[in-house]
Ligand binder design. Structure first.
Ligand code: ADP
Ligand code: MG
Length: 249
């Protein structure tokens, strides 16, 4: 049993069957990539995992509990955290303040100061923020304005804001989209570091095969809303169905 078990998930938008019959099993502490051509249904699938969309059919189990019917903030509190394509940080606040903010549970967009993230318990929030900043190599930038950070550091900060919530599963939707090769390689290194330092499972939607093959232990290939194949990177590389979906062979 994986930490995330997706069974028979289907999602239709009007006449379009965006997801057909998706089965996916993500092993605890692994890095699992979901790849596929544009329009394959990758983002739709991710949205079904975080409660932004409700599937028409199937089940999504996380850590032994169903996520279906739960609101996004409830799913977040279960231990699923999502990294957005463009960093969502508070530019006017310091790096350290940004990392402390998620320690207060978010409810329907409003912060409730008495509703601490249950994962944090009584642990001192400042100490927690510092620990995470060390992990993403940003401790020396703790008092900088977030707006003045480089793009790569903004991405690091956003990652820190996810990690401070102590998620069990980190979901990333094309974390290197639009990046130059140097930034892409930095992001790969950062994700590797985080995966090694933190007890965390990662599911990455990614277009860039270099990123996928650098990070993933398992790969699911999605095409037209249905998984074509799920296998190791070595086996995926030469798979005829994958070559067909990607290269039109
Ligand atoms: P991917 O992320 O793999 O590129 P998406 O999940 O974004 O693919 O989209 C899958 C298909 O569903 C596409 O054909 C897309 O146009 C369609 N789609 C996605 N979201 C919606 C929506 N909210 N309403 C209607 N169609 C949508
Ligand atoms: Mg997408």
């Amino acid at each position: 049993m994986g930490i995330l078990e997706v069974k028979g998930v289907g999602k239709r938008f009007g006449g379009l069957q965006a997801l057909g019959d998706v089965n996916l099993s993500v092993n605890e502490r692994s890095v699992h990539a979901i790849i596929g051509p544009n329009g394959a249904g990758k983002s739709t699938l991710l949205n079904c995992l975080v409660g932004k969309l409700i599937p028409d059919t199937g089940s999504v189990m996380f850590d032994g509990q169903s996520v279906l019917g739960r609101k996004p903030h409830e799913i977040n509190q279960m231990g699923i955290s999502r990294v957005f394509q463009t960093p969502e940080i508070f530019g006017d606040l310091s790096v350290q303040e940004n990392v402390m903010i998620p320690c207060f549970a978010k409810r329907d967009g409003a912060f409730e100061l008495n509703a601490f993230s249950p994962a944090l318990g009584q642990k001192d929030i400042l100490a927690q923020a510092e620990e995470i900043l060390e992990d993403v190599n940003m401790a020396d930038k703790r008092h900088m304005h977030a707006a003045s950070l480089s793009r790569g550091d903004k991405r690091r900060l956003e990652m820190a804001m996810c990690l401070v919530q102590q998620p069990k599963l980190l979901l990333l939707d094309e974390p290197t989209a639009g990046m130059a090769r140097a930034d892409t390689n930095n992001t790969i290194d950062l994700l590797k570091e985080i995966h090694e330092k933190r007890d965390i499972t990662m599911a990455i939607i990614e277009h860039d095969m270099h990123v996928v093959f650098s990070l993933a232990q398992r790969i699911t290939v999605l095409a037209q809303g249905t998984p074509l194949v799920e296998d190791t990177p070595e086996n995926i590389k030469g798979h005829p169905k994958v070559r067909e979906a990607y290269l039109g062979e």
